[in-house]
Ligand binder design. Structure first.
Ligand code: G6P
Length: 440
């Protein structure tokens, strides 16, 4: 293949961009990228210039022939793109602070992708992503959209169901981290094991077998959550990953760190409230980490990804995005876990919805490994959360308060009745500039 590839990254001013650039540099022999366009909005211009200058230094230091373009003009960037990645945050971190603070101030979980905050992140993001898809239809109709804007599962489903665009893949770092960290917990190498994930974004379960087909799932549950466990988490943004052992020992599948919000709600809320009262929310901590990262990025001698980026919960995201692009371009049939159309992979969920499942990433996109049906102890929560996602997406598209209140009512992390409506109205008022559909 001799084609030169054009990559467009929307939200290019993100602090994660150096990992993306590093990922492309590491794969430059297989992936002939000639242009990377980093796109941002006016409010992100300063960050775009800082991280963009650093991206240029990284490419120069690597000695590869690839130009980096910085622009606020999304349409100009999208022309003729081969791959578009989305890592934007509508309303920037200040909106996330509100998503976390408002529910917490009413004694509910306040989290980036879960509970009331996660629903509002979806409401703000989905219309913007659908606008991007509309631009892609006109300007780069052959391109793949690799989305890692949260909530990644709902965003992917919105694109599939309402964007009339099939070439979309939702990406999350939780399965990537799990493979690395859990192989280590088992005293194995990742390549010696096969992890099979199924569920939806931030709510999937998995099994693991070795090369001889021995099922190591129970052993992994024991080392991770049993008596000997040190409670360490596989992601930086969730500090503790311990569970009530009796609750998980018979699940027959390994839960992900985000299950803690559902299986250990009281403990999670106590931890969040304690942190909130002491140092503010996770979003405020992230804002501080970002400020420090951008100070580093300003250093004209820095031409590699600094170690400090690992303090962000999304480490390994961008590298996985590069690997997906590599796998599609070279038809590598790499095994990766991504959000894609269900198409009967999980029989408990609608065929047209987005699921996060282990796939072969081929030249035609993700090919899921068949999964089948879950046991009731998993199926119940999964189906409830998928229904909650469907309602949230519909509310984002229609701006209908009644549908939104149904999504709030379905969500197990939101206290029902009057308090649900109170938090909903407070969030609607706080995010008004980013929710034009709810104006009426
Ligand atoms: C995890 C999740 C990501 C999320 C990130 C937040 O890695 O998988 O979806 O974006 O954490 O990390 P942060 O550092 O922003 O709290």
């Amino acid at each position: 293949m001799s084609k030169k590839l054009k990559i467009v990254t929307i939200g290019g001013g993100s602090s994660y961009t150096p990992e993306l650039i590093e990922g492309f540099i590491n794969r430059h022999k297989e992936l002939p990228i000639s242009e990377i366009w980093l796109v941002d909005i006016l409010e992100g211009k300063e960050k775009l210039e800082i991280v963009g200058a650093m991206a240029k230094r990284m490419v120069k230091a690597a000695g590869i022939n690839c130009s980096i373009h910085l622009t606020l003009d999304r349409k100009e960037a999208l022309k003729g793109a081969d791959f578009v990645t989305t890592q934007l945050r509508v309303g920037l971190l200040d909106a996330r602070i509100l998503d976390e603070r408002i529910p917490l101030s009413h004694g509910m979980i306040g989290q980036e992708t879960n509970g009331a905050g996660g629903i509002f992140k979806a409401l703000r993001t989905i219309p913007v992503i659908l606008d991007i898809v509309a631009d892609m239809k006109a300007l780069c109709p052959e391109a793949w959209l690799i989305n890692f804007t949260n909530p990644a599962g709902m965003v992917t489903e919105a694109v599939l169901q309402y964007g009339d665009w099939d070439k979309v893949i939702g990406l999350c770092n939780i399965p990537v981290n799990a493979v690395f960290e859990e192989a280590d917990m088992l005293g194995r190498k990742p390549q010696e094991l096969f992890f099979k994930f199924a569920g939806i974004n931030h709510l999937h379960w998995h099994t693991v077998v070795d090369q001889k087909g021995n099922d190591l799932t129970k052993e992994l549950i024991d080392v991770q959550f049993g008596k000997e466990s040190d409670g360490r988490s596989i992601v930086a943004n969730i500090s503790n990953n311990s569970y009530l052992y009796k609750q998980v020992e018979n699940l027959q599948m390994v839960p992900c760190p985000y299950h803690r919000y559902y299986y250990m709600t009281d403990a999670m809320l106590d931890e969040e409230l304690a942190g909130f009262n002491k140092n503010g929310t996770r979003a405020e901590k992230v804002k501080q980490i970002e400020t420090e990262l951008f100070e580093l990025y300003k250093d004209p001698t820095l031409d590699y990804k600094p170690q400090q980026l690992a303090e962000r919960g999304g480490a390994r995201y961008s590298d996985a995005a590069c690997e997906i692009i590599n796998a599609i371009y070279n038809d590598k049939r790499t095994i990766m876990t991504v959000s894609t159309r269900n198409n009967g992979t999980i029989t408990d969920l609608p065929p047209e919805s987005a699921v996060e499942v282990t796939c072969l990433i081929t030249g035609d996109g993700p090919l899921p490994f068949n999964f089948g049906s879950f046991q009731p102890q998993i199926r119940g929560l999964l189906q409830l959360m998928k229904a909650m996602e469907e309602l949230t997406i519909k509310a984002a598209i229609t701006g209908d308060r009644g549908t939104l209140l149904q999504a709030f009512t379905a969500n197990p992390l939101i206290t029902s009745g009057n308090s649900a409506e109170l938090v909903m109205e407070e969030l609607l008022a706080a995010h008004k500039p980013y929710l034009p559909k709810f104006d009426a």
